[in-house]
Write a protein that binds this ligand. Structure first.
Ligand SMILES: Nc1nc2c(ncn2[C@@H]2O[C@H](COP(=O)(O)OP(=O)(O)OP(=O)(O)O)[C@@H](O)[C@H]2O)c(=O)[nH]1
Length: 259
């Protein structure tokens, strides 16, 4: 599989990355095989990844987007769903996170039932309801075709939209149903009632932009990849998003980013 770092910069929706843009770290979690890699690849590379291997530890992809005139970089941390491949995950991966995407497979109720365990794992790392959390049901292209209202489809062995909506509401999340494989449209399974992958991530970008205050004008640039450190300047409500440095920058009247 192509290295995410190799392609990440060539598929941005903004032609030249700005020297200064806010960076948002988003972790993508859920059971193995629900399509985390395919979803993040679809968004960053614009196509469906035919052959995937189980993610080991964390894979990293990013894309620069523009929301209402502001360039924002979404850093997607695609985490391993298999327990044995999560051993190499370190606490560091959960630091300075701005949003979490919980993924399940709409055709696999076991992956839906597994969500509370993922929520609990996030909670252990102080990623609770105060952080932006989206619930994403993937593989909607596999949902059985039905001429009736899709919210009431109750095909055995599938997760209904109603079920997912209730779960999302109970956990302060916004629900999306999508497909990394086939963009939903008229005449396809899901009948155009599903969300496009692009729309899911752009909704996230838009929400993150709204929730955060503009970066301070003279921030010391010690963050990620030569850009603003999103974990410092991008954070508004996050609990563990930044920490106070050991000392103040003697030359400037603001705190130095320490992450
Ligand atoms: N039909 C269909 N298949 C999908 C979709 N998304 C992913 N798949 C398939 O599901 C399988 C697993 O996809 P991955 O993206 O590797 O799943 P993952 O969640 O990253 O798995 P781990 O790395 O083990 O955690 C692959 O065979 C994909 O081709 C989708 O939207 N529709």
């Amino acid at each position: 599989m192509e290295s995410s770092l190799e392609f990440s910069n060539s598929f941005t929706s903004v032609s030249s990355p700005s020297a200064r843009c806010r960076i948002f770290k988003i972790i993508v979690i859920g059971d193995s095989g629900v399509g985390k890699t395919c979803l993040t690849y679809r968004f960053c590379a614009g196509e469906f990844l035919d052959r995937t291997e189980a993610t080991i530890g964390v894979d990293f992809r990013e894309r620069l987007v523009e929301v209402e005139g502001e360039k924002i970089k979404l850093q997607l941390w695609d985490t391993a769903g298999q327990e044995r491949f999560r051993k190499s995950m370190v606490q560091q991966y959960y630091r300075n996170v701005h949003a979490v995407l919980f993924i399940y497979d709409v055709t696999r109720p076991d992956s839906f039932r597994g969500l509370p365990a993922w929520i609990e794992e996030c909670r252990r790392y102080s990623l609770g309801q105060e952080i932006t959390r989206f619930l994403v049901g993937n593989k909607s292209d596999l949902r059985d075709t039905c001429s009736c209202d899709p919210s009431s489809i109750n095909v055995e062995g599938q997760v209904t939209r109603d079920q997912a909506q209730k779960f999302a509401a109970a956990h302060g999340m916004i629900l999306f149903e999508t497909s990394a494989k086939s963009p939903p449209g008229e005449g396809e399974p899901g009948g155009g009632h599903q969300d496009r992958v692009e729309d899911v991530f752009m909704a996230l970008a838009s929400r993150l932009k709204r929730q955060t205050r503009p970066p301070p004008p003279l921030l010391n640039n010690t963050g990620v990849s030569g850009s603003y450190c999103g974990s410092y300047c991008g954070s508004y409500t996050g609990t563990a998003s930044f920490r106070l440095p050991a000392k103040k920058n003697p030359h400037k009247d603001f705190w130095t980013c320490t992450c």
